[in-house]
Write a protein that binds this ligand. Structure first.
Ligand code: AMP
Length: 480
């Protein structure tokens, strides 16, 4: 399984670059030392093998700790520093971890531990196929993040499938996503199993266009794992082209609708680029379908999200879970090896189900199948993708409602003609005799939810009603 392959590569102790961040590179030889030191530290400190929180922002110790945890038979939970403390506390409460690396064990301490020169080798891999490899927390409709438990078998199947599609060996892969999002799982592990360099774009760089372009040039990267939103952002600048990244040959997309305009711009800037669209939720371990797009897509055609990997089945079903015929739209149900072990704790959900004797996940996505290829249409609920991030609008609502001066709130997403979210707006009614500005509300909200989830705030005195006496959401948005 992949941990055997990873350990074998690490034990070669090659001087090839394994990880580059902030213009500093670490070799596979160094990575092996880091992993060995952390592995032995964890085995000593966490005898019960309880879950480990790994907190930070893409630092080298994070990736080294992920590998060490897995080899030592411990589940890890990645948490990015951009997540506000209140939300981190909600996660810690649910996980009850043994240790938080980067928090209880400070960054300085973990660096000291992992840099010890006289280290012992690793001779045992403790993780079993059905053990939980990692838990990734995602936006929950209750206002509290929910943890998706992904097994070693799930991840093993995903990475082997991806490696077969992309066929990489000792190349350079760009990372865009924070490690607390499952998009990063693809570049984290593809880089390891192919002995490639994992080239990190961190949050600071992300905030500055010049820095991003400088880093992309320096990377000499061959492969990018990205959301369409990120690539659209880069495409705004004409210099995102073959001259900037002469060796770029593949972009693996996942996470949201890929647009025709993105594809045609990419073809005009990078001839021969391989564009792979992939689809899947965190609950099904990164992705379950993929499609190599090798031509311009006609205006009246939908963009395929792809053909399922061999060990999963995709069904399109109606409300009674009956199969719907080909080319008709219904809910996408995924069964098979990629379906995760469920949510952490006692979260009420009807999404993980048994179907035809197999483990299944009801995605809440609407789509259809034509000639064996899956097409995505839209969501059937209030979950959205904004700038590539998965957000439950009710998660935002619940957190605004918690502010003690709010009477009522409705959170809505403004979409353009491509059905892409352009902004999120929270319409709020304040309690009587309260005077608060929109800025003050935003300030309070930022303590509860991450920046990327924070909507524009609009204070209103009442909600307009439609004929049925319900809030007229369309009118609210029009008036905004
Ligand atoms: P996440 O758990 O963050 O990966 O988000 C999963 C959701 O993103 C899916 O349920 C879809 O709604 C959406 N999604 C993922 N990949 C695609 C894609 N290729 N095209 C359209 N939507 C996608």
């Amino acid at each position: 399984m992949i941990l055997d392959d990873i350990l074998k590569i690490l034990k070669e102790k090659s001087e090839d670059k394994a990880y580059t961040i902030n213009n500093e590179s670490y070799s596979y030889k160094q990575l092996y030392k880091f992993v060995c030191n952390i592995y032995h530290f964890l085995l000593k400190e966490n005898k019960e093998k309880r879950p480990i929180i790994v907190y930070g922002h893409k630092e080298m110790y994070m990736k080294a700790t992920f590998i060490a945890c897995s080899l030592a038979g411990m589940t890890y939970i990645p948490i990015d520093e951009s997540i506000p403390n209140q939300r981190v506390e909600q996660i810690i409460k649910q996980v009850n971890p043994s240790l938080s690396i980067g928090k209880d064990i400070s960054k300085e301490e973990i660096y000291k531990i992992m840099n010890k020169e006289d280290y012992s080798e690793i001779n045992n891999i403790y993780l079993k196929p059905n053990d939980i490899y990692y838990i990734i927390f995602t936006s929950g409709s209750t206002g509290i993040p929910k943890g998706v438990k992904v097994t070693y078998k799930n991840l093993d199947s995903c990475i082997k499938w991806l490696k077969n599609i992309i066929k990489i060996d000792k190349e350079v892969i760009i990372n865009q996503a924070n490690f607390s999002f499952d998009l990063s799982v693809a570049d984290l592990y593809l880089s390891l199993v192919s002995q490639s360099e994992h080239f990190i774009i961190n949050n600071d760089t992300m905030l500055d266009f010049n820095k991003i372009f400088e880093q992309l040039k320096k990377s000499n990267a061959n492969i990018m794992v990205a959301t369409p939103s990120f690539i659209d952002l880069l495409l705004l600048d004409k210099s995102f082209n073959k001259e900037l990244m002469p060796k770029l040959h593949t972009i693996l997309f996942c996470g949201e609708k890929l647009l025709k305009s993105t594809i045609s711009k990419l073809y005009s800037r990078f001839n021969n680029i391989k564009i792979i669209n992939s689809y899947g939720p965190t609950e099904c371990t990164f992705a379950v379908t993929s499609y190599g797009i090798n031509r311009y897509i006609d205006n009246d055609e939908d963009i395929p999200v792809g053909i399922p990997k061999k060990d999963v089945k995709i069904y399109i079903i109606d409300e009674n879970k009956n199969l719907i015929e080909d080319e008709k739209i219904g809910e996408i149900l995924i069964t098979g090896e990629s379906v995760a072990d469920g949510y952490l704790g006692n979260i009420k959900n009807n999404s993980f189900i048994q179907y035809n004797g197999a483990k299944g996940y009801l995605t809440g996505d609407l789509g259809y199948i034509k000639n064996g290829i899956l097409y995505y249409k839209e969501r059937k609920d209030k979950q959205i993708k904004f700038k590539g991030y998965r957000i439950e609008l009710t998660d935002i609502e619940k957190n605004i409602q918690k502010l003690n001066y709010i009477d009522k709130v409705i959170v809505l997403a403004n979409k353009n003609k491509d059905n892409k979210v352009i902004n999120i707006v929270a319409f709020v009614i304040l309690k009587e005799n309260i005077s608060k500005s929109e800025l003050e509300i935003k300030y309070d909200l930022k303590k509860e939810i991450p920046e990327y989830m924070c909507p524009k705030i609009k204070i209103v005195s009442s909600f307009p009603l439609n004929k049925n006496g319900k809030c007229d959401e369309k009118k609210l948005l029009e008036e905004f």
